[in-house]
Design a binder for this molecule. Structure first.
Ligand code: UT7
Length: 349
């Protein structure tokens, strides 16, 4: 039976550290508030002009590819997860293909926000299991710092997010003791708008029908992105934090237990849980629910904030580099976020 295994992993975070204290220059907030509510002490921001979601992804990918003992020319498929792409279109996958001088391989972009990396991993896993591809590059990368409301109006969102990238190379294995055991994907679109960036977009929800009807096609064509949206601050992410929090603390344990049940395993079998780094309080709640020890969970939100699609591969890479994950260990990855979408993956390292 063919399974996929993580043959190489890499991460990249920009060198520019932004502390909670630094954010006080722009908005009414405090180190105490941020640490108490989220656990975050600092985050990284990409270089304004020289670093993009793609360039950070390439840095992480180079490390992952080298550690997998392969080369960019051997990669036969890319799956790229981000909510902060270099361009609205095309996606970042093709930009990685170009930057790394890869062959004319397929490049797929995944838009599942905080669960993006797990969705991407799951897609790649299917291609490996079916024997379609042998070296898949899976990336999660984000440059949030370019699209946040740094005024007090946006403080509940802006203080949380940071920039960075993580990447893995998936390869096939026939070793029954290794690889991705299963992945589990979910969504509930009922709450799509409570954690979202509405614009630019084609929804037109904010136009009353009668107003909308008075415009001709050319005028409508310019509403995709308008001065009004900028003036009203509608071009930044919106989040009803408490509502997200309430759902996250239910869905995280649920999807982790689903993965364990699917493999006849229990929380005590987990060597390392890598939760998406949304909020340290959420991770601690999940740890408590599953009765996991501190050694069984890796958190790094304190240093990097929430890097959305990049958070799981960054935390996984860091835990592995620190020697917290060894061959044969059972590792659980889990994420919850905008959509809502949530997911888990269980793997033997
Ligand atoms: O990864 C994507 C998924 N996202 C999440 O999982 C996020 C889940 N939610 C959360 O992590 C929390 O809801 C937040 C950290 C975002 C917010 O914490 P909270 O304890 O839910 O605070 P709140 O939004 O209920 O706001 C409480 C107060 C409000 O003031 P009033 O109305 O009580 O006077 C906010 O205006 O805190 C205020 N506030 C802030 N104060 C200082 C909101 N943001 C800030 C801030 N600094 N940065």
């Amino acid at each position: 039976m063919i399974r996929s295994r993580i043959a190489g992993i890499g991460m990249y975070v920009p060198s520019h550290v932004v502390t909670n204290q630094d954010l006080k220059k722009y908005m009414d907030t405090s180190d105490e508030w941020i640490q108490e509510r989220t656990g975050i002490q600092e985050r990284r921001y990409a270089h304004r002009t020289q670093e993009t979601t793609t360039t950070m992804a390439v840095e992480a990918a180079r490390v992952a590819i080298e550690r997998a003992g392969t080369t960019p020319q051997d990669i036969d498929f890319i799956v790229f997860a981000t909510l902060s792409p270099d361009y609205y279109f095309p996606g970042c996958g093709v930009l990685v293909q170009r930057a790394m001088k890869m062959k004319e391989i397929g490049a797929l972009d995944v838009r599942n926000q905080c669960s993006g990396f797990l969705y991407a991993l799951s897609v790649a896993d299917q291609f490996i299991r079916t024997g379609t591809y042998k070296n898949i590059l899976v990336i999660g990368s984000e440059k949030h710092s370019f699209g946040l409301d740094f005024s007090t109006r946006g403080r509940n969102v802006s203080v949380i997010f940071g920039d960075g990238a993580g990447a893995v190379v998936l390869q096939p294995t026939e070793d029954p003791g290794r690889g991705i055991l299963s992945t589990h994907l979910h969504s509930d679109g009922e709450s799509a708008e409570i954690l979202a960036m509405y614009n630019p977009g084609t929804h037109a929800n904010h136009w009353k029908e009668e107003t909308y009807a008075s415009f001709d096609d050319a005028e409508i064509g310019q509403m995709f992105f308008s001065h009004k949206m900028i003036d009203d601050g509608q071009v930044f992410p919106y989040m009803d934090g408490p509502a997200v929090f309430k759902k996250a603390v239910v869905k995280f344990p649920e999807v982790i237990m689903e993965a364990l049940h699917a493999n006849n395993l229990a929380p005590s079998d987990i060597r390392m849980l890598i939760p998406h780094q949304a909020n340290l309080r959420i991770s601690q709640f999940v740890q408590h629910q599953l009765r996991l020890s501190d050694d069984q969970v890796h958190n790094n939100i304190q240093k990097y904030g929430n890097t959305t699609a990049a958070s799981v591969p960054i935390a996984l890479c860091e835990a592995w580099e620190a020697g917290k994950i060894k061959e044969g260990d059972l590792v659980c990855l889990a994420a919850f976020g905008s959509g809502f979408t949530w997911a888990s993956a269980l793997l033997r390292w």
